[in-house]
Write a protein that binds this ligand. Sequence first.
Ligand code: UT7
Length: 323
Amino acid sequence: MTNFSRIIGTGSYLPERILTNEELAGRVDTSHDWIVERTGIYERRIAAPDQTTCDMAEIAAQRAMETAGVGADDIDLIVLATCTPDRVFPSTACLLQERLGIQGGGAFDVTAACAGFIYAFATADNFIRAGAAKRALVVGAETMSRVIDWNDRGTCILFADGAGAVVLEQSDEPGVYSTHLHADGRYKDLLAVPGWVSPDYNDQPAPSPFMTMQGNEVFRVAVGSLGDVVLEALKANGLERSDVDWLIPHQANIRIIQAIARRLRLSMEQVVTTIETQGNTSAASVPLALDTAVRDGRVKPGELLLLEAFGGGFAWGSALVRF
Ligand code: UT7
């Protein structure tokens, strides 16, 4: 018998504080119109000063478990994607495990920046396929506001905070058809938070604790790589572009999302976008978009979803899922 995994519940959380483009224009040399035109973002959410990645992950996970109808005893694996963990260690997954009263199974973080959720999702799917887990909690959660240089107009207009989660369960039928992961470390310097744990820098100035990004280069590689990896997912399963019901993309820039929709020959009505009000929440963006579209009734059981994300590393990937 072949094991597959399928999504049995989704959940998400956004912090209350709304940060508008107008407010940012008061801090750095930018404007509401420039941000909307170049990124598609109107506003974004920022965590409260005392709110952490784990705090947001906890609420998103509870909501996903509630919709899945499962309790703490039913989860035997937690994979949490974040590049803004509460601590260097223990992992945020372990902190979350304790909060949720889950015991016994494995819990670990995955770091793949904005591609983190796809990496975590692929990891959990493969655990379940291998028979090593039955029911996994997969979370993407970020407090990007803590690694942003609020004086850098190239990054502070884009990034934001939030969390999303899914519960994956062992199933006789897909569910998840396939996942596709890629990375290219030669691009390590184009998008990074270089600082914090840095034993090799003794004779150099301390590296920046804030994000650095060469936006237009990242943009160029993202469009090419994401275009390829969504078509790779379809080809691997002998499916056509017309079979896709919904594209659930990473929310980095509306122009990147539109470019991928064009490669898939999808109308924007078949693309879930949350970037307008959520900005780029890194590893949280794909599960946030998925949960948004499930809860507002757009994504329905039985539909074919194409998930994709791209981020620092570079790391990128896709997942093809029958919901
Ligand atoms: O999620 C992880 C992956 N991240 C991404 O995918 C992000 C990808 N990159 C982007 O989304 C875009 O590159 C940005 C939104 C960051 C920038 O947009 P762009 O169209 O690529 O602009 P650019 O970097 O080529 O800069 C064009 C001009 C420059 O001015 P000059 O040199 O032409 O005078 C920038 O200094 O726009 C200027 N600029 C701004 N102007 C007003 C850059 N940021 C801003 C700003 N407001 N916030």
